[in-house]
Write a protein that binds this ligand. Structure first.
Ligand code: FE2
Ligand code: FE2
Length: 372
């Protein structure tokens, strides 16, 4: 690159995005935000690594026409230049923000930024290690998008006087190894649930703009369309190998659906002031996002969770209560309370996992468009 790109939003490759000036500026501050992003718990975003050779060996010829169409759409780059502040970016009085809301909102931004960057790091590494042109092209495009998303969140954080040191995270954060099939299930779901979360908030704030307490929500529509496309790519990757969605793997799919939904529920309930400011009932929001994600995931998964089963909401509530007790026991060094709460959380998860799933036929054609 000869001329440094001013902003990650305008970059056409992940390398240029990460070298952009707004990324450089992100590496100035801030100990506490970076420490938050460094956390590796069951509930915080992780960094992943996998068997890149196995991923590189995927042959997409069985889904060729859908694949080419998706890649062309991503190459056409409708969101180039979008993820930066413009005249729609309202001034935010961070100092005047109610302290509890400020804390939860910053936690939301740091955790979202870490999740975006986690995707960026994984996709970039796949692009770097691969030699299969179909695969490396896709992963380069997805890494480009995630670098823009993370850069934009850091722009928002910088106004509050903090930033996540993404260069440091890349070096220092622990990487969790997942075999490729688990990467497909987990990443597919996180892309699709990301879409469902952002579009649900966007539509809600469209109807209730008085609750839009920060301008970043105005960017959520284009944002979630990127995530939707990334999810489409993983759906097509899974489609190339029918074994991935059959037999014992269906139990793994159920596990990932349950884990991803339950994690979201527990995490969101840790941010009551944030959801109150948005004017969103957290239980309603969770159910809405699960419904959308379930509907979309029928494109590739042969089962969906029965989120209307009487044990579902009860199980989530029990898991959430056990988690709150666990956090309290950890904070106060109460050993026996900690063991008790861990067991209760485990049982609540088993209770959710054992709710009979709903089976259905998977469509011949996988591709979908975002319709919510
Ligand atoms: Fe993203
Ligand atoms: Fe994504």
């Amino acid at each position: 690159m000869n001329v440094q790109t001013k902003h990650s939003a305008d970059a056409t490759t992940v390398e240029d995005a990460l070298a952009a000036r707004n990324y450089e500026q992100a590496v100035v501050d801030s100990g506490s935000a970076t420490a938050l992003a460094m956390q590796n718990t069951l509930l915080t975003p992780r960094f992943y690594t996998t068997n890149f050779d196995e991923l590189d060996a995927i042959d997409v010829s069985s889904v060729r026409s859908d694949w080419d169409q998706l890649i062309d759409q991503m190459k056409s780059d409708p969101n180039k230049g979008h993820f930066k502040k413009n005249e729609d970016w309202d001034h935010i009085d961070w100092d005047g923000m109610e302290p509890k809301l400020k804390k939860e909102f910053i936690d939301f931004l740091v955790s979202s930024c870490t999740a975006e960057f986690s995707g960026c790091v994984l996709y970039k590494e796949m692009k770097r290690r691969g030699s299969n042109e179909d695969i490396t092209t896709l992963f380069q495009l997805m890494a480009r998008d995630e670098a823009r998303h993370a850069g934009f969140i850091n722009d928002a954080l910088r106004e509050a006087g903090i930033a996540v040191n993404l260069g440091f995270l890349t070096q220092a954060k622990k990487y969790t190894y997942f075999q490729p099939k688990f990467i497909y299930y987990a990443t597919y779901l996180s892309e699709k649930i990301g879409y469902a979360r952002y579009i649900t908030i966007f539509r809600h704030l469209e109807a209730h703009p008085e609750h839009r307490f920060h301008p970043i929500f105005k960017w959520f529509k284009e944002w979630c369309n990127d995530e939707f496309s990334h999810g489409e790519a993983f759906a097509l990757l899974m489609k190339t190998d029918p074994k991935l969605t059959r037999g014992v793997n269906v139990l793994w799919i159920k596990f990932f659906l349950t884990a991803v939904f339950a994690t979201m529920y527990v995490r969101d309930h840790q941010r009551p002031a944030f959801h109150e400011a948005l004017g969103v009932d957290t239980d309603w929001y969770g159910h809405e996002v699960f419904r959308k994600t379930s509907d979309i995931s029928k494109q590739i998964f042969p089962i969906t969770l029965d989120i209307d089963h009487p044990r579902w909401q009860k199980g989530l509530t029990a898991l959430q209560a056990a988690n709150a007790d666990l956090a309290d026991a950890k904070a106060h060094g109460k050993f026996f309370k900690r063991i008790g709460a861990s067991i209760r959380a485990g049982l609540a998860f088993v209770n959710l996992y054992t709710i009979p799933a709903q089976s259905h036929a998977v469509p011949v054609s996988t591709r979908m468009e975002p319709v919510y």
